[in-house]
Design a protein around this ligand. Structure first.
Ligand SMILES: [Zn+2]
Length: 280
């Protein structure tokens, strides 16, 4: 199979040599692939602008010995341009791309994660909902697809019917008074309802939520994500990430996507410390 064609979303790019780029794509059929875009950093490039982060493209690639090469790229939507115009959507989209990258493996088809990311980017570009809510809904659902569905109603440990007030990252979400580990948080009931609505896709509830509960919900969603990523992906380092396979210096685009997650790391560090103190 020397040539293949698939649709995909650009997760990130890295410089390669003078004019080329390694493009990481989450494709519908093949899962995550790393392909070379030859000459895409030249202004004359036929498809360089289509191989930027968050772009949705139809690509044709030629199979190589180590890396495949893009021979054609057609834009399927111009989300990338729309999202880059506003700082909030730009950083939220960046966090989604980074999360998708972390939750998928190369050459392992993952249609659910692909469709989830595609739907979230489209929703964010259309501007129908607050970008922070779209991001949190995406994070919670991506975790659920990865097998780490958080609980925001019933007890995550014994299944006792909720609602429950206590929330514990290590336990998996809300916990009943009998299961509640020491040091559990007690978020506002409205925040837990908001998170449950985001996970379920109940936008009428989510859109009606207040700023205070959105902020609290964001903190919990980010902390949940970091908790699982740090435990699930051993090599995760958010601030100074370098791809060991990168042949040359890393494009600054690789690191901008870490920005919105750095604050979450500090929060989750506190949560980790609290969880460890609870176990000791
Ligand atoms: Zn319980």
């Amino acid at each position: 199979m020397p040539l293949y064609r698939d649709e995909g979303i650009v997760l990130r790019t890295q410089k390669l040599g003078e004019a080329d780029r390694i493009v990481t794509l989450l494709t519908r059929g093949l899962g995550k692939v790393r392909v070379v875009g030859k000459g895409v950093r030249r202004t004359k490039s036929r498809f360089g602008a289509r191989l930027e982060p968050a772009m949705w493209v139809d690509v044709q690639c030629f199979e190589g010995r180590t890396l495949d090469t893009v021979t054609q790229a057609e834009s399927l939507a111009s989300w990338g341009d729309v999202l880059a115009r506003d700082y909030t959507t730009y950083t939220a989209a960046a966090a989604m791309l980074e999360t998708a990258d972390r939750l998928t493996e190369e050459r392992e088809p993952n249609v659910q994660q692909y469709l989830l990311l595609q739907g979230a980017l489209r929703s964010m570009a259309e501007g129908l909902h607050d970008p922070g809510l779209v991001l949190d809904a995406y994070l919670l659902r991506a975790l659920a697809v990865a097998g780490w569905a958080p609980s925001f109603h019933d007890c995550a440990r014994c299944g006792a019917h909720g609602p429950h007030r206590a929330f514990n990252l290590a336990a998996g979400g809300t916990v009943c008074s009998a299961c509640r580990p020491p040091g559990s948080a007690a978020p506002a009931p409205e925040t837990l309802s908001l998170l449950a609505a985001l996970l379920a896709g109940d936008w009428s509830v989510a859109d009606a939520s207040s700023g205070r509960h959105r902020r609290e919900g964001s903190t919990l969603a980010s902390a949940f994500l970091q908790w699982h990523l740090e435990r699930g992906v051993r090599s995760l380092r958010l601030v100074d990430r370098r791809d060991p396979d990168a042949p040359t210096q890393v494009d600054s685009r690789v690191t901008w996507s870490a920005v919105p997650l750095i604050a979450a790391v500090e929060k989750v560090d506190q949560a980790h410390a609290a969880a460890q103190a609870a176990q000791a």
